[in-house]
Structure formats: C-alpha cells, structure tokens
Design a protein around this ligand. Structure first.
Ligand code: BG6
Ligand code: MG
Length: 218
C-alpha cells in the first residue's frame, strides 16, 4: 500500500532549471566559453560541485579546488538572486493540486532534493506547509543516484521504502529510487526516464486514483 510520495524539487515542483542555466551560463561567459541549453541537460539532478566539474570539462578548463570553490560560490550567489524573487506563479502545472490531493487522502509527503537552496524556494513559493518531512542538500552526504536522500525521507515519515513512490525528472533520481527499493514516476520524457515504473509529461497528468491504479500491487 502506498503511504508516501517523495518529491524531487527542481524540475518536478518548480521550474528552477532556467535559473540554474542562466547562472551557469553567466559563469561560462565570464570564463570565455559557450554553454548551451543542451549542455545544461547534463546538470539536472546533479550536485553543485559535480555540475561545476561538468561545466569546466565542457570549457576544457582544469582548476584547483580553491578556484573551483570560488566559482561555485559566485554561481550560487547569482542563482540565489534569481530564486529570491520567485513566487507561487513558478510552481509547475498540476503540482499544487496533486500535493493537496495527497494530503486530503492521507498520503504523506516528503521532499528529496539535492539542492542546498530548497528551503528558500519552498518558502518563496508557499510550498513549505505541504511537507511532512524535508530532506535537502544540507542533510545528505551522498548525491543521487545514491538513494540516501529518499531513504532519509522514508525514515523521517516512518514508512518503509516499499510504501513510497518517488517523483523525479532526472535519470539519476529514478536510479536512486530503484536502488532504494522504491517505486518511481518519471516527470518528463520516456526517452530519458525509461527506468521509471511510469512516465508522465507533468504532474498535471497525475492523481491519487492514477497512482493507486499504477501501483495497485504495491
Ligand atoms: C538539483 C538540481 O535539484 O539541485 C541541480 O537539479 C542542482 O541542477 C542541484 O545543481 C544542487 O542545487 P544547489 O541549489 O544546491 O546548487
Ligand atoms: Mg530535478
């Protein structure tokens, strides 16, 4: 029986990928190389440090740890400027209705995000009160595809992994759910999220009835 839904944040509940992209692109401009929207796909679901390493690889740059720490900080400062102006209009279609429906049907809700900025985003968009547990990048030591973030979520809710469904837009996140022994719903395209139990274009196509139907045997 499904007792909890565990949500990724960026790309599932809110559209922050565009701000990550602009902030990384500004950094690439500053360093003197091109960074495209296609390149940005590689950074989805990936931690800040790992994202910077991918960016530098694209630019063909090798820097020492101290320089990298400075760049990561400067990118984050720009990103924080953008997200500090966010409001509820940037909640993705269908997300709020589905969170409300889960609550009204007694399904618990947790956040499982790699972001260290998750609280700023949840507070600015008004989403914080919907969560029974919040696990973000400040509480984890291993990045997705490691299942840690979701296992901590299940633990905080007092449910077993088999009673959870994970909602993710990143391949690494679906893999984390699988490794953690949890069912998963991919939000996006079946091409990248084929490992999920089901894939929907957005949370607009999701409902508790559909969830129960898809995971009837769980
Ligand atoms: C993930 C995003 O949710 O969080 C990644 O998909 C991002 O793009 C990662 O790099 C870390 O976020 P932050 O806010 O801690 O830099
Ligand atoms: Mg995501």
């Amino acid at each position: 029986e499904i007792k909890a839904c565990l949500f990724d944040l960026d790309g599932v509940l809110v559209d922050t990928a565009k701000y990550h992209y602009i902030a990384w692109k500004e950094l690439a401009d500053q360093l003197g190389f091109e960074f495209t929207e296609k390149d940005n796909e590689r950074l989805k679901g990936v931690s800040r440090t790992a994202s910077l390493n991918i960016l530098l690889e694209i630019g063909g740059l090798t820097l020492d740890e101290a320089e990298k720490a400075k760049l990561a900080e400067s990118k984050n400062n720009r990103y924080v400027e953008y997200i500090s102006k966010m409001d509820s209009s940037e909640i993705l279609p269908g997300a709020l209705d589905f969170l409300k429906e889960c609550r009204s049907q007694g399904i618990q809700i947790a956040l499982g995000s790699a972001s260290k900025n998750a609280m700023t985003i949840l507070n600015n968009t008004g989403l914080t009160p919907y969560f029974d547990a919040i696990i973000d990048g400040t509480k984890t030591s291993a990045a997705k595809p490691d299942p840690e973030v979701f296992l901590l979520g299940a633990e905080a809710l007092g449910v077993s992994p088999a009673e959870c469904v994970v909602f993710e837009d990143a391949e690494a996140g679906i893999e984390a759910a699988l490794r953690g022994g949890m069912a998963s719903v991919g939000i996006g395209s079946p091409e990248t999220l084929g490992a999920a139990n089901i894939v929907v274009p957005s949370l607009q196509e999701m409902s508790v009835a559909r969830l129960k139907e898809a995971f009837a045997s769980v």
